[in-house]
Design a protein around this ligand. Structure first.
Ligand code: ADP
Ligand code: MG
Length: 374
């Protein structure tokens, strides 16, 4: 009996199929190490379960390996600038000048350690003051020792407060002009609506690098399934691998889920054992229970209007649904659908694909909805 090497719902231990993203990151690290600012903020965007957080954590690990200082924050629970500032504080040089800048950053949410607020620092001066303060603190920290530069990572960027996004973007814009040789960069990840959220918050979205994070190509899926087992002396036979990749359909979360269930179905094999397609078939049944729970939870979170729109999209099966067709089917004009449409996109349930067409982000969700009625 060996415990499963797979990671459903956890940070992935390796990232097959993400060589382009990792290659670009490594090139960025090279640039930082030769003391150059990364002028554009990178945004990896894709639906839930495609491996964005895993990628950001890998960037963090690679940065550490190269002796770069990292700050990792998750947007959504509280404004991002005070979160970033709280982590930079530990590495900032001592002294009243930087202390004051840090104070301004904490005021970004109107909170500050009681008794430390200075009279001349007022919330209405943000985000212009915040972006200048951030610029000062980032400059001081990135230039400090013993690290060789600074990497700021922001997960769930679609949930970032607009003021925070603006302060970050303006600070970076100024650094491009004033400190092109500062070794600092920003990497973010978020849902497919991240580019829209960012463009709405800042007027110069061309200062960002948008990178879609999509499905895994089949060879990468096979690696993700076979390699962790191989390291434990367990072989997936060809039929089992083919069956598992067909079930996962390139969706990283499903890759982990089917591989993990197959491992259990094969009896948590010892070294020398083989996982065959019978095990995968039994696993598929168990996986379906997990998926039903997942689909049910997502469905329950939707309002009546959202459910109506999702039913219409589901009637197209796994194919993208054209907006005009949806409007016709629901007997509404296209504009009337824009509110539930946007809300579903913001929640990461559906994503635009091509011009005016919509798809579910979760594979199999269309079939689940179709089954609700029968
Ligand atoms: N390149 C990959 N290959 C295989 N599995 C992956 C890969 N990237 C992520 N995963 C797995 O996919 C699931 C979702 O990963 P996560 O990083 O949380 O995605 P996201 O942040 O996009 O929701 C996890 O179970 C993780 O272990
Ligand atoms: Mg994530």
């Amino acid at each position: 009996m060996q415990p499963s090497p797979y990671t459903p719902g956890e940070i992935a231990r390796s990232l097959p199929g993400r060589t382009a993203e990792l290659g670009e990151f490594n090139a960025d690290v090279e640039r930082l190490l030769t003391r150059r600012l990364l002028p554009r903020i990178r945004v990896d965007h894709g639906a839930r379960g495609y491996g964005k957080t895993s990628l950001l954590r890998e960037y963090e690990r690679l940065a550490h390996q190269n002796r770069l200082l990292t700050v990792f924050v998750t947007a959504g629970e509280s404004p991002i600038i005070p979160q970033i500032s709280a982590q930079l504080r530990a590495h900032a040089p001592k002294g009243p000048a930087i202390a004051k800048q840090l104070e301004i950053l904490e005021l970004q949410v109107g909170f500050s350690p009681i008794g430390h607020v200075r009279a001349e620092v007022r919330p209405q001066t943000v985000p212009a003051a915040a972006s200048r303060a951030l610029e000062a603190v980032v400059s001081a920290v990135a230039d400090g020792t013993p690290h060789r530069g600074l990497v700021i990572l922001v997960d769930e960027v679609q949930s970032a407060d607009p003021d925070g996004l603006r302060a970050l973007a303006y600070a970076w814009q100024d650094l491009q002009r004033e400190a092109p040789d500062l070794p600092a960069g920003v990497f973010t990840a978020g849902l497919p609506n991240s580019p829209d959220v960012i463009s709405a918050a800042v007027t110069f979205a061309e200062r960002f690098r948008f990178r879609p994070i999509g499905a895994l190509p089949e060879p990468a899926e096979e690696l993700a399934i076979a390699e962790p087992a191989r390291e434990l002396g367990v072989i997936w036979d060809r039929a089992a691998l083919e069956r598992a990749t067909a079930i996962a359909g390139g969706y990283p979360y499903f890759v982990q889920l089917i591989a993990d269930h197959s491992w259990a179905a094969a009896g948590s094999p010892d070294p020398g054992a083989t996982i065959d397609s019978d095990a995968v078939e039994r696993a598929e049944v168990l996986m379906q229970n997990d998926l039903d729970a997942l689909y049910r939870a997502r469905w329950a979170q939707a309002t009546d209007g959202e459910q109506q729109l999702m039913r219409a999209i589901a009637s197209f099966g796994e194919k993208p649904a054209a907006r005009t067709e949806l409007a016709k089917q629901l007997g509404k004009d296209s504009a009337a659908l824009s509110v539930p449409r946007q809300r579903l996109i913001d929640k990461g349930m559906i994503a635009p694909e091509g011009r005016g067409r919509l798809v579910f982000t979760l594979p199999g969700f269309a079939a689940y909805i179709e089954d609700l009625d029968s």
